[in-house]
Ligand binder design. Structure first.
Ligand code: CP
Length: 340
């Protein structure tokens, strides 16, 4: 394996090249294939401290980063806002500095505001700290490790023996629901388009503004030209049956009630009727098209409970399992840049 990884931090998937994506998938597949019996720890991060700084709630991302770090023999320091000095008024940056001073070199950061992991990376670097920051979800901006585990889950579904980017090329993937509030959707747009998949975005106008049709044209600062010369296309749909026609897979998103309830939602039953994924709705897709959801799921709102109970069709639990090898791959790659 040729490790050409050059990114000190992982903040946004827009910066990754085709080779970067392939490297993450290849490493994740190697880590996934380690037998579950016998010793599972690899020595790759022995002596390193990983800090998980979650300023916003999480079950999957936080635990799978911590499990991934331990499987690579790292020490883990876990930050819990409610019992921390944040409650005494300590700032976000001073919190991150405190962990860096304790020797944390890999900082996994989640925050409700877009841009916080990037600001932590910039400020710590400016102060001379040699750290790598992994964005574990920031506001509406980005959730890179979630989109990478979605990519890995789809690649393994379509090509179990060789889960590479090629497995997604020429496929059509629908992303359905609350796109506006979804950092997962934004990161999936970068990842799936890099693999050459066509993306159908579907949702009501309140949750899917028309500007998303041009999402991939707006490269983030410092990312010009696009590292992916030929991305898959993005098409917008209001009607779910049209959006699902002949697609190879469906990613449905959590309706973010905590962000949307105030002004954008009317009635959850109406939403389920229009945008909920059920067996009947899936008839429009290609035969056997799987359904993904980043979790947590609002049962019988974005996804029927009946579908959730079918692991062959609904890959939610497989996504969670894949979170560990993907996050092992990311921690491993970012740790290698600390040595350079
Ligand atoms: N998908 C996801 O980010 O889940 P958590 O909020 O549980 O981490």
């Amino acid at each position: 394996m040729n490790n050409h990884w050059s990114h000190r931090h992982l903040l946004d998937l827009a910066v990754l090249t085709q080779q970067d994506f392939e490297l993450v998938l290849e490493l994740a597949e190697r880590f996934r294939a380690i037998p579950s019996q016998g010793p599972r720890r690899l020595p790759a991060l022995q002596g390193r401290l990983v800090a998980t700084l979650f300023f916003e709630t999480s079950t999957r991302t936080r635990n799978s980063f911590e499990i991934a770090a331990r499987r690579l023999s790292a020490d883990v320091a876990s930050f819990a806002p409610a019992s921390s000095a944040l409650m005494k008024g300590e700032s976000l940056l001073d919190t991150a500095l405190t962990y860096a001073a304790m020797g944390a070199e890999l900082l996994v950061v989640r925050h409700g505001s877009s841009g916080v992991p990037g600001a932590v990376a910039r400020d710590l670097e400016a102060m001379g700290h040699r750290v790598a920051v992994l964005n574990a979800g920031d506001g509406l901006h980005s959730h890179p490790s979630q989109a990478l585990l979605d990519l890995f889950t789809l690649a393994r579904h379509f090509a179990p023996r060789q889960p590479t980017m090629q497995a997604l090329a020429g496929r059509t993937i629908a992303i359905v629901g609350d796109i506006l509030h979804s950092r997962v959707a934004r990161s999936n747009l970068w990842a799936l388009s890099a693999a050459g998949a066509t993306i159908h975005l579907c949702g009501p106008s309140a949750l899917l503004p028309g500007c998303f049709a041009d999402f991939l044209a707006a490269m983030p600062p410092g990312c010009n030209p696009d590292p992916i010369p030929h991305r898959g296309a993005v098409h917008l749909f209001r009607n779910l049956d049209e959006a699902l026609t002949d697609v190879d897979a469906v990613i449905t998103l959590r309706l973010q009630k905590e962000r949307a309830q105030r002004h954008l939602l009317t009635n959850l039953e109406d939403y389920h009727r229009a945008y909920g994924i059920t067996h009947a709705r899936l008839e429009r897709c290609r035969a056997g098209a799987p359904v993904l959801h980043p979790g947590p799921v609002n049962r019988d709102v974005e996804l029927s409970s009946r579908l959730l109970a079918e692991p062959q069709r609904c890959l939610v639990n497989r996504q969670v399992s894949h979170g560990i090898p993907i996050r092992m791959a990311l921690l491993y790659l970012l740790a290698t840049t600390l040595e350079r």
